[in-house]
Write a protein that binds this ligand. Sequence first.
Ligand SMILES: *Cc1c(COP(=O)(O)O)cnc(C)c1O
Length: 372
Amino acid sequence: MKVRFLDINAQYQALKQEINHAVLSVLESGQFILGPEVSSFEKVFADYAGSSYAVGVASGTDALELSLSALDIKGGDEVITTPFTYVATTEAIHHAGAKIVFSEIEEDTYNLDPKKMEDKITSKTKAILPVHLFGQSCNMTALSKIAKKYNLKIIEDAAQAVGASWDAYSIGHFSSLACYSFYPTKNLGACGDAGIITTNDKNLYEKILKLRYHGRSPTKNYEYIMRGRNSRLDSLQAAILQVKLKYLTQWNKSRREKAKKYDKLLKDLSYVKTPYVDRETYHVYHAYSMRAEKRDQLKEFLENKNIDTAIYYPLPLHLQPLYQNLGYEKGDFPISEKVSQEVLALPMYPELEDEHIEYVSSTIKAFYKSAG
Ligand SMILES: *Cc1c(COP(=O)(O)O)cnc(C)c1O
């Protein structure tokens, strides 16, 4: 048996007619940038996410960069985020010219630990950038308390958490802006790069509409009123995403069922810790990242048995060569460092079959039996 880590093509195969139809109508229309497909998708996505507005942009990374720009975060400002995330999170802060300030994560959820954050806040701190890692929301009650106390903005990196919630509120409820990615492997994947920003703030919404389109005036052609850039969502991607969005609730449900099955089959194995789920969260399992003893050997063993796995992320960002100049050292964030040595993501996608999960789980058990 072969168990792939992902099956990107399964959704296209299942929705071929609908997607082909949507793509062909865009091709016939001749409108490829923004246009009715994009505004229509923005509207249904805002509804889905429970927010007032949504602005389609070129990628999840751009969503973060435009959000920082919309809040006027710039050189001299500081933004607090997690060292245990994908590099795009901090890259956006870097591009804004602001200082990246790392703060430690919780060992069980892998998300920013609100209890360890306050001593990172200075008079220059402007925002917190929490990442809902692997599809589980950060503790937004605690983070928004801190933000209120110190008058900070929150921008959420929800690239991995489309459809997730905290305390029954959708992502985006507790912040100024939430940023989503539709990179093909994300829970809602486009056929190329794409992203979106949601907000409940009309002023921010109108500002981001301008920022993504060279800072142009909404009323006067070829008049520019702010320093913008080119980051628009393609009509083709919007049309595809609108088809796929209808199935997202079902797909996320299916991911949760797969996760439950792994949990059940692995729970008695003392060598692994299945992902912890905070009771306030609706986890959408972008990844099923467990922690494992002898992680690297286990990964190799699984590979030899035709089971693909992945490590998110093997080196925390504070130790990356890119960020050496920030002055962090090994030992600064011991939990992030420990977790990065232990995490292993098992195959996870809505189409994953029960027999695959059973095979993966029994192979993991076989590894520990042989390794002692
Ligand atoms: C995927 C991802 C991004 C970037 O999204 P792109 O659409 O690839 O630019 C940002 N942050 C996190 C946590 C991600 O997983």
